[in-house]
Design a binder for this molecule. Structure first.
Ligand code: BGC
Length: 780
């Protein structure tokens, strides 16, 4: 754990340059706008520890699979969102000395991510070997208004010298992914153009053939006034730049404005990406940096108006939740249904920017409650469009008759993962996709989704479960052998309780959904049956039989569900017995030792209880929580949030808070020693869950909003907003009262601490906590 970033409600602040942590800070200070993003790299040359990272949503490369021992059924490739052209670069040379923070002394360094207004700022004084001192102030953003563009303002002021300074703003397409399997380059150059203060380079991805044009335009000011400059165009392999040498006087500020665009053939004709990039860059340069920045601030203000969560009395907690909401908004806007949410977003290379079960299990509830309904519908449709590929994937593994196995990791629907114990065995992901359909329908009431798309997916997933189980003569029950549950610190186990539970649940829900769709639109249902050869009676009878007779490992003694059949054979001990300095286990223990240990990477049985909380009474939750929580090391970012929600439900405030900080500050404090690879974007939705579902006690039952706010003792208040079926509510809870403001035109039915309450349109209700009785009611 590292605590070098300052606590602040709206800013992430690094003071003093922490060279050794630079890659961590770069991840944390990443910028994005849903279409493109980048790590918090420096504009000027830097020869120290850095991972240069620029990414364009949806532009990927199928990197040939690399495994030691090939297994039949492995995918041929791993799709990665590519590290793309570096558009921020500005090299600075001061009379033969390169400005490089690795080689000079640095004073008054400050790097700040402004989450409220959506930009990254940096200032420092560099003391060069020659004794020259130069002040630098830099600000940049990825525009969320012009979402294929970014802009930089970079100012230099010589503090103790006059000199000729050579400035070289550039675009560098000679980029390689650090995680490339065969150390290949993924980009080919198509063409490049340079002009006065501008340059364009068009690159094409190998194999996938995406064209991307990255363009830049430069303007320069001295003492606040635009100047003309001589620029020398530079063209090298996959590199374009403009070089200019300027007379800079002591105390005089020279400011470089660099406008950049990234246009890809996902959105434009490949033939026209360069001409469109020219037009785009002219347009944003015409607007100018200041106006673009004003628009940026306004757009972020609008987002925060809908999304913000305020926590009074605890800055570390406040910063953590805002950081999570900020990064989620930077990663995915929901505007393009071809895109999804990569576990690292635009903050690093690991996990390749592909889609995991994280989207359905963690991110969907965030978008359901904070964004327009079409966003969560798009997330569901993304999987619907991959159904055919999921059926092919299952066929490849020997399943038939329309059974679908969704991939563990995917870009276009095809499986990319290549470790057999996950690729073939971590099949619970299929259940999360079914669960997401249920979650969406119960939240929005949009049953038509089932008729249009959802049921078809559910049937295909149910067909998979029906074939994946087998009847055990010995047990006289169905069993599911050779699986890996969410806890990846156990592989190839039999009867993972969570997977079996999800399978049985999916089978039942599919049966229910068949009934709903038949009633809603019989014609559509019949058409679906014909198209996918659904033999209703036979398939439903099988589904019911399996759901009623599947085996759930259980310990009668402790009365807890067993993570898997042989869990009790392990030497059971709490995490507190692990010798100091041996965590995270995955960085200290052999894999074999981890697999045999009782230590749990992430919520597994508890994940199931969290999903289906209505199906378990508080005593069951408590017993299972008390059994599993002490053995959980939370080495997946997806874990502490689930434990936090459940601890809140149990009224274990301290545990809930400890787990909350762990999820909310995971990257800010580098808990798992892996933030340098990128931030854990999908788990940030889990942080939101820990606040809203955990401390806020927010749930949905039928048409009713359920709220049981219970803030940590050190919080003065917690306020969050939720959208629900056309209503927009803000809930503010203090230690003594709860107020609910209804901003919408329709009344909202709320169950607050178990008591029904109608919050009329455009009004606010305040309820005292101890009694649950309304103390104030006023019309807005
Ligand atoms: C977790 C998975 C998760 C993946 C991507 C892994 O460490 O075990 O559950 O899907 O990270 O976030």
């Amino acid at each position: 754990m590292k605590q070098y970033l300052k606590h602040d409600p709206w800013l992430i602040v690094e003071e003093d340059f922490n060279r050794n942590y630079n890659e961590i800070t770069e991840s944390v200070m990443s910028l994005g706008n849903g279409r493109m993003g980048q790590r918090g790299n420096f504009e000027e040359n830097f020869s120290g520890k850095t991972l240069q990272g620029n990414y364009i949503a949806g532009v990927y490369y199928p990197d040939k699979t690399r495994v030691g021992w090939w297994k039949n059924g492995y995918p041929e490739y791993f799709a990665k969102v590519l590290n793309a052209a570096n558009w921020i670069g500005i090299n600075i040379n001061i009379e033969y000395e390169t400005l490089d923070l690795q080689t000079c002394e640095v004073r008054d360094f400050r790097r700040v991510l402004n989450m409220q207004e959506g930009y990254l700022e940096r200032s420092f004084v560099a003391l060069l070997k020659s004794g020259k001192e130069i002040q630098v102030n830099a600000k940049r953003f990825c525009s969320i208004v012009d979402d294929e563009a970014g802009a930089i303002r970079y100012s230099l002021t010589p503090l103790n010298f006059d000199a000729k300074i050579t400035i070289e703003p550039y675009i560098d397409g000679g980029i390689r992914n650090r995680d490339s399997n065969y150390d290949e380059t993924f980009w080919d150059e198509v063409r490049k153009e340079t002009g006065y203060g501008e340059a364009f380079i068009e690159l094409r991805t190998r194999k996938t053939g995406f064209h991307v044009c990255t363009g830049m335009c430069i303007e320069i000011e001295q003492d606040g006034a635009r100047i003309d400059f001589q620029s020398q165009p530079i063209r090298q392999e996959k590199y374009v730049a403009n070089r200019m040498t300027l007379e800079c006087l002591q105390g005089q500020e020279t400011t470089i404005y660099k406008y950049a665009v990234n246009l890809s053939s996902l959105n434009y004709d490949s033939d026209s990406v360069v001409s469109e990039a020219r037009k785009y860059i002219q347009r944003i340069t015409g607007k100018g940096f200041e106006r673009m920045l004003i628009e940026q601030k306004q757009a972020w203000a609008d987002k925060w108006k809908m999304n913000d969560i305020t926590i009074e009395g605890d800055v570390a907690a406040q910063q953590g939740i805002r950081f999570s909401i900020f990064q989620l908004n930077q990663t995915y806007t929901g505007e393009d249904e071809r895109l999804n949410i990569g576990p690292k977003g635009f903050t690093g290379e690991k996990y390749g920017g592909s889609t995991y079960w994280d989207t359905e299990a963690y991110c969907l509830p965030f978008y359901l409650a904070t964004a327009d309904q079409k966003v969560s519908r798009n997330l569901l449709r993304y999987r619907y469009k991959h159904l055919e590929k999921a059926i092919e994937n299952a066929q490849k593994l020997g399943f038939k008759a329309g059974a679908a196995l969704y991939p563990m990791v995917t870009m276009n629907g095809e499986e990319c993962h290549n470790e057999w114990e996950i690729t073939f065995e971590e099949i619970h992901r299929n259940g999360a996709i079914a669960y997401a359909i249920y979650d969406y329908v119960r939240y929005t009431g949009d049953v038509h989704y089932l008729a249009e798309y959802g049921l078809e997916v559910l049937i295909a997933i149910s067909r998979f479960w029906s074939q994946r189980v087998n009847w055990s003569e010995a047990k006289q029950q169905y069993v599911m052998l050779g699986v890996t549950g969410p806890n990846e610190y156990e592989n190839n186990v039999n009867n993972n309780w969570y997977t079996n539970y999800l399978a049985a649940w999916t089978l039942r829900y599919t049966t229910e959904a068949v009934g709903m769709v038949k009633e809603l639109d019989a014609e559509k249902f019949n058409e679906l049956c014909d198209r996918i050869h659904f033999r209703e009676e036979k398939e439903i009878t099988t589904a019911r039989h399996i759901a009623d007779h599947i085996h759930f490992p259980y310990d009668e003694n402790r009365q807890v569900f067993l993570q898997q059949e042989s869990f009790l054979d392990k030497e059971l001990m709490p995490v507190s017995d692990i010798p100091k300095g041996q965590r995270p286990l995955n960085q200290h223990w052999s894999w074999d030792r981890i697999l045999r240990s009782c230590f749990i990477k992430q919520a597994d049985v508890l994940q199931g209880i969290y999903f289906f909380e209505d199906e378990f009474d508080p005593e069951t939750l408590q017993r299972n929580f008390d059994f599993y929580e002490p053995m959980t090391v939370h080495e997946s970012s997806l874990s502490p949030c689930v434990h936090s929600v459940l601890a809140s439900r149990l009224g274990r405030k301290e545990k809930a808070y400890e787990m909350y900080l762990r999820t909310a500050r995971l990257d800010l404090d580098d808990y798992n020693n892996d933030t340098e690879d990128g931030c854990h974007i999908t788990s940030m939705a889990g942080t939101w869950l820990a606040v809203v579902k955990g401390f806020g006690g927010f749930r949905i039952k039928g048409d009713q909003v359920i709220l049981d706010p219970n803030c940590p003792d050190n919080w003065e208040s917690l306020a969050f907003k939720i959208r629900f079926r056309g209503a927009l509510l803000e809930i503010k809870a203090t230690q003594t009262e709860v107020s609910i403001q209804n901003f919408s035109e329709k009344n909202a039915e709320v169950l607050l601490y178990g008591k029904s309450l109608t919050v009329s349109a455009k009004s606010q209700q305040t309820v005292k906590r101890a009694t649950g009785l309304p103390i104030k009611s006023r019309k807005k």
